[in-house]
Design a protein around this ligand. Structure first.
Ligand code: PGA
Length: 253
């Protein structure tokens, strides 16, 4: 694949200023693995501080409100996170869809607002175990993406897709290489149809769900896997960097 592998740490609701030393360690080490694009998405409260530490890694947010500024107590919009130093935003994560009832429609609006603010977007998709067992995983995931894509007025180059089967998130279970490859190929076909093959090639499709240093090499070597969205294992520089090293080696292989 033309683009470098993209390894993104999603810190979720973890991290106080004490975590800045981990961010610094990740950043310094990432400078040794230039064949890999490394990024972290800390909680809102740490975006600016991590941005100030970061010389090499990208810094992003885990969500944003779709609106402009105004009377939305407790919310933070795309231009605010961009102002804090974020370069990208993760949208449509299953924990937002399930825990906050986010619909594809809302995610679509968030994507538009993020692109408008100049951010890159990581759009998450993924099915439940019931959906997979019913044989509907592929159509479910493609529908999630299609529901967000029609209003994209932007070139594909600011888009990343993260396929994260819900049953693999934080559970220690990962999908098989065959399942990952099949889903990523279907997503690629959809992107080819939507953007044309040349523009689609700029869109990396990440895998997420219990990615760890020991399973990362196999996952990252799977065709059409352009990187990983990493939750739990991104909270320590040591384990996160273990995944970055795996990605770097897969580039050399
Ligand atoms: P996990 O989380 O690596 O802890 O499974 C991945 C994610 O939710 O992005």
């Amino acid at each position: 694949m033309a683009e470098r592998p993209y390894i993104v740490g999603n810190w979720k609701m973890n991290g106080t200023r004490a975590m800045l030393s981990e961010a610094r360690a990740i950043d310094r080490a990432a400078q040794r693995y230039m064949k890999v694009e490394v990024a972290v998405a800390p909680p809102y409260t740490l975006i600016h501080a991590v941005h100030k530490e970061a010389e090499q890694i990208g810094v992003g947010a885990q969500d944003c409100h779709p609106g402009v500024e105004g009377a939305h107590t407790g919310d933070i919009n795309a231009s605010m996170i961009a102002d804090a130093g974020a370069k990208f935003v993760i949208l449509g994560h299953s924990e937002r869809r399930q825990g906050h009832g986010e619909s594809n429609e809302l995610i679509n609006a968030k994507i538009e607002s993020a692109l408008e603010a100049g951010l890159r977007v990581i759009l998450c998709c993924g099915e439940t175990l019931e959906t997979r067992d019913a044989g509907d995983a592929e159509s479910f995931v493609l529908n999630q993406i299609k529901a967000a894509l029609p209003l994209f007025g932007e070139p594909a180059e600011r888009l990343t897709i993260a396929y994260e089967p819900i049953w693999a998130i934080g559970t220690g279970r990962t999908a098989t290489s065959e399942d990952i490859e099949a889903m990523h190929r279907s997503i690629r076909e959809l992107l080819n149809e939507t953007y044309g093959e040349e523009a689609s090639a700029a869109v990396r499709i990440l895998y997420g769900g219990s990615v760890k240093p020991d399973n990362a090499p196999e996952i990252l070597a799977t065709p059409e896997v352009g990187g990983a969205l990493v939750g739990g294992a991104s909270l320590s520089a040591e384990t996160f960097l273990g995944i970055v090293v795996g990605a770097s080696e897969s580039e050399e292989a």
